[in-house]
Design a binder for this molecule. Structure first.
Ligand SMILES: Cc1cc2nc3c(=O)[nH]c(=O)nc-3n(C[C@H](O)[C@H](O)[C@H](O)COP(=O)(O)O)c2cc1C
Ligand code: SF4
Ligand code: SF4
Length: 259
């Protein structure tokens, strides 16, 4: 098979997907490579393995969760085989901070046999507090993404790209054990099943979408895409985080590029 740009993303509320596809189109066009998209958002796709050839390029985009790579991606990423292929990483965060997520992703891909040649941290609407990062990525972000694709292409096309050094610290930010918090559902639910289809953890009941089983990762896809605005979180932890985000994280942050 000819060398391919493999675009890989996990994106419950679609911002990382948007950034992955824009960046993927830019890279594929500039490198003159065919592109294959792989969406890791849903369970059957997360179970596939991916073996890259040395001439393939991997583009990996993911949302930052609590300053880290989402834990649900640990197993799927451990099934990647880089075989010396070049990788480009996009960490997408909600205008608070990406902490150690980009470094963690770069370490993970390096361990799997990739050469991480370019990486960036990009801003999107915060799925927990949509007023934070509202409207991002916007036209200005898209211009930065196009520039990033151009610069990454130039580095890759020059041959033997050096591994990039990114911001972050080891040991990574500690993972706080997730409490069993699940969304609630108002009586206005029309049983349209949009939330059932969009849940990356398959925890919303097909029989009754108001019933949510254990295993929710609080990605907010069900809240964002419910046409009745019937899904919501009312736990004290969520309220506290939203308040912190809305009081401290409204000032615009800009993408950071590492090449
Ligand atoms: C559980 C959870 C944790 C998050 N943690 C962070 C964080 O540490 N820093 C930040 O800036 N944004 C954080 N966000 C916001 C997401 O990174 C942001 O909304 C991202 O665009 C969501 O990606 P998606 O649209 O591809 O699902 C978090 C969101 C969720 C749901
Ligand atoms: S998306 Fe909203 S209206 Fe549709 S089934 Fe889910 S909770 Fe009900
Ligand atoms: S139930 Fe939890 S995991 Fe499923 S879509 Fe809603 S927030 Fe995400």
């Amino acid at each position: 098979m000819s060398a391919t740009l493999q675009t890989l993303f996990f994106s419950p509320t679609h911002s990382s997907r948007r950034i992955a596809l824009a960046l993927g189109d830019g890279l594929a066009a500039a490198l003159g490579m065919p592109q294959k998209n792989r969406d890791l958002t849903f369970p059957p796709d997360r179970e596939q393995s991916l073996d890259c050839g040395p001439d393939d390029i991997l583009l990996f985009a993911f949302p930052v969760y609590a300053g880290r790579v989402p834990q649900v991606l640990e197993a799927p990423l451990s099934r990647l085989r880089g075989n010396g292929a070049v990788a480009v990483i996009a960490a997408v965060y909600g205008n608070r901070d990406y902490d150690d997520a980009l470094l963690e992703a770069a370490d993970l891909l390096t361990r799997q046999g990739f050469v991480v040649a370019a990486a960036g941290a990009f801003i999107a609407e915060h799925s927990v507090a949509p007023r934070v990062g509202a409207g991002r990525p916007d036209a200005q972000d898209m211009t930065v993404l196009a520039d990033f694709a151009r610069r990454a292409t130039a580095k890759i096309a020059a041959g033997n790209p050096a591994p990039v050094s990114v911001k972050g610290r080891r040991p990574y930010k500690e993972r706080i054990p997730a409490a069993d918090v699940r969304p609630k559902t108002m009586d206005s639910c029309s049983k349209c099943m949009i939330c059932v289809a969009g849940c990356p953890m398959n925890v919303i009941s097909r029989e009754d979408p108001a019933v949510v089983a254990t295993g929710c990762i609080r990605c907010r896809a069900c809240v964002k895409f419910c046409p009745q605005e019937a899904k919501f979180f009312d736990d004290a932890g969520t309220a506290k985080i939203r308040e912190m985000l809305e009081s401290k994280c409204l000032a615009r942050r800009e993408p950071e590029l590492f090449l």
